[in-house]
Design a protein around this ligand. Structure first.
Ligand code: ATP
Ligand code: MG
Length: 438
């Protein structure tokens, strides 16, 4: 009985039975390094907390009120807005990502059906549509009925900066009191400026962010929507590369995946597909000689090699680029094409068959899978609740499985990276068998 009562669980109930003392050094040291190199090993004295809300801790008699804790996502009994007087608006900005239409659809349905909001407007082409005077779409439940079956965004998207004052003028002209922005780090920074401009003018307009980044680089949350769909699609390309490589003489399969600053897609797709021999991500530097040497050994030992490279990996090996996109993001050098060339040249003494696969846009444009569709729906609902409660400059997301509201300023202050000393990268090293450093 006691063990089925979460509140009655004690430290002793959670201890794991041990067969005896541990005296044998792990053979994984070869892969993961020794303790001094600080690649992830579990510290036996650390523990994962059972309670994850202050309320749960308090019920246990522990006063944890001073611990930093997130504002919980979800519906409030008392609202700031009278929903019947709310005109909401939605914009989608930045690059495409699976699930954008799911978010739009769920926002519309939840705002209209659950809260009974007056109207939901869709401004086209990201922030541009809030600044160029174009007429917004009127998003009715009818209009969004089937959109979740399609990739992309029915609202369109754009990059490039717009004047916050002009955008707020547009919201005022359309009597918008809740703006939902769906986008990445740049978009969230824009949302912060919009909320600040509204506050400066004393306008009660809720600005709520639904974080979108296919690279999964938004911090503090478990993952961003579309990420699972993206790495599932990426794994299909790895599978193709593996098939090609293992069927050729000294076959090399080289796959370039998304990941400008964070290698999550490459890492996860590697773990889905297995059969990858080298995974290269922006967080872990490598040398060309190290890679060539590793690939040469693989070819000698197993007859083929599969290399997965995230687009932001190995940028230090390429000529520096100063070009930027319209939003000011630095354009990356093409590491995929570079490695294709270098592998071909560096191993030219061998008969080689190298296949290069760059699934790029094919990954961004697919519809969300069931997992991401669920997440999109729940994010949209959490965002709606946050707006109706009167929160602004706020972003929603799930953290350790719970929905939270967090200040956008917190989310834009850092970004999420694969920790080269963490257990995700450890799992990749265990899977590929690649050396700790190349
Ligand atoms: P992605 O993950 O695809 O890069 P993103 O939201 O970061 O998504 P960006 O193109 O960088 O995409 O930005 C989208 C929009 O946000 C653009 O209209 C851009 O002008 C605006 N924006 C970007 N950075 C800022 C900033 N620092 N302050 C205000 N607005 C910004
Ligand atoms: Mg960005």
């Amino acid at each position: 009985m006691r063990l089925s009562d979460l509140q009655a669980i004690t430290h002793e109930d959670l201890l794991i039975t041990r067969l005896g003392p541990r005296t044998v050094e792990t053979p994984l040291q070869e892969l993961l390094g020794n303790r001094q190199e600080s690649v992830h090993y579990v510290t036996e004295t650390d523990r994962v907390l059972v309670d994850d809300t202050l309320g749960m801790a308090k019920n246990r008699g522990v006063d944890a009120a001073d611990l930093p804790a997130f504002n919980p996502g979800g519906p409030r009994r008392q609202l700031f807005f009278d929903p019947s007087e709310v005109t909401a608006a939605i914009v989608t900005c930045g690059g495409l990502c699976p699930g954008l239409n799911n978010v739009i659809r769920a926002l519309v349905l939840h705002l209209r059906h659950a809260y009974g909001c007056r109207d939901v407007l869709g401004f086209r082409n990201g922030y541009q549509g809030l600044a160029d005077g174009s007429e917004p779409l009127r998003l009715t439940p009818d209009l969004v009925r089937d959109i979740h079956t399609r990739g992309g965004t029915i609202l369109g998207t754009s990059r490039g900066s717009q004047d916050p004052a002009t955008m707020i003028d547009t919201l005022v002209a359309h009597k918008v009191n809740a703006l939902f922005v769906v986008g990445g780090d740049g978009t969230l920074r824009g949302a912060q400026m919009l909320a600040a401009e509204a506050a400066r003018r004393g306008l009660p307009i809720a600005v709520v962010g639904v974080p979108k980044t296919i690279d999964n680089d938004i911090p503090w949350i478990d993952h961003s929507f579309g990420f699972q769909t993206a790495y599932a699609r990426a794994a299909e390309s790895i599978q193709a590369a593996h098939t090609e490589a293992s069927s050729g003489v000294n076959g090399i399969g080289l796959v370039k995946l998304m990941g400008r600053h964070s290698g999550f897609i490459a890492a996860h797709a590697t773990l889905v597909a297995q059969g990858v021999d080298f995974t290269l991500i922006p967080e872990v530097p490598f040398t060309l000689d190290g890679l060539l040497d590793g690939v040469r050994k693989k070819l000698a030992n197993q007859g083929h090699a599969v290399v997965v490279v995230a687009e932001g990996a190995g940028q230090d090996l390429l000529p520096p680029s100063t070009a930027t996109d319209p939003s000011g993001n630095r354009k990356l050098g093409d590491i995929g094409a570079f490695l294709r060339e270098q592998l071909t040249e560096g191993l030219s003494d061998l008969p080689l068959s190298l296949r290069y696969i760059d699934p790029g846009y094919a990954i961004r444009s697919v519809p969300a899978n069931a997992f991401d569709a669920v997440y999109c729906t729940r994010l949209a609902q959490a965002a709606t609740h946050a707006a109706m409660a009167g929160f602004t400059s706020v972003m929603v997301g799930s953290r350790r499985g719970r929905f939270i509201n967090l200040p956008i300023a917190l989310a834009t202050a850092t970004s999420n990276h694969v920790d080269p000393h963490g257990d995700l990268w450890m799992a990749v090293l265990e899977t590929t068998g690649q050396p700790l450093s190349l």
